[in-house]
Design a protein around this ligand. Structure first.
Ligand code: GRF
Length: 193
């Protein structure tokens, strides 16, 4: 059984997809805890599924490094095999990445290396491309620059708003994330990517 800690900042729809998948006794992974950097709405999904949560508010610490120390301490309580950043909107300090990599993955709403950063959907629209995508990557110390595990194209349609495009990308992200967790549980070696 692959034990996962998921970190979120927002609505947690990717988290929910993982919780639903792992509710099936045949699924070889389970979410053991969900952490957040703020009072994220998505923590309610964890509570609904009876999964413990923790919050390490970024704003309560004097520096990113001190926040990272506290966050890592909370993650380590659960001794996870994998940490999933799932709409987690804070850059982790190097010490945290180095402690967890390569067992640390991120979902991103663009076809990396296209449109990295916090506004991947907005940036794709602004660039006028006719397709973007979704990616699952191994996190390293760059911003959305780690090895791609899996990615898929998603069309941009004429007149799309940022919300409409993001709503088209997110189901793809969710499917790729669940598949990736399954692949890792079945032996995919993140260190070899
Ligand atoms: C996802 O598109 C994720 O890639 C991006 O923010 C969104 C989070 O969605 N960074 P949710 O919180 O899982 O609903």
């Amino acid at each position: 059984m692959l034990n996962i800690v998921v970190l979120i900042s927002g609505t947690g729809s990717n988290l929910r997809a993982l919780l639903e998948a792992s509710a099936d006794a045949e699924f070889p992974a389970r979410v053991v805890a969900v952490g957040a950097d703020r009072e994220a709405d998505g923590l309610a999904h964890a509570e609904e599924f009876g999964i413990p949560t923790f919050t390490v508010p970024f704003s309560s610490f004097a520096s990113r490094e001190e926040w990272g120390v506290a966050l890592l301490e909370q993650i380590r309580v659960w001794n996870p095999d994998l940490v999933v950043l799932s709409g987690f909107m804070r850059l982790l300090p190097r010490t945290v990445v180095d402690a967890l990599a390569p067992h640390l993955i991120n979902t991103h709403p663009a076809y990396l290396p296209e449109f990295p950063g916090a506004h991947g959907v907005r940036d794709a629209l602004a660039a006028g491309v006719d397709e973007t995508g979704a990616s699952i990557i191994v996190v390293d110390n760059g911003v959305d620059q780690g090895p791609v595990i899996v990615q898929e194209r998603v069309p941009v349609l004429p007149g799309d708003t940022e919300q409409e495009l993001h709503d088209r990308i997110k189901p793809v992200e969710r499917r790729l994330l669940v598949q990736t967790v399954l692949d890792i549980a079945n032996g995919l070696d993140l260190a070899s990517l």
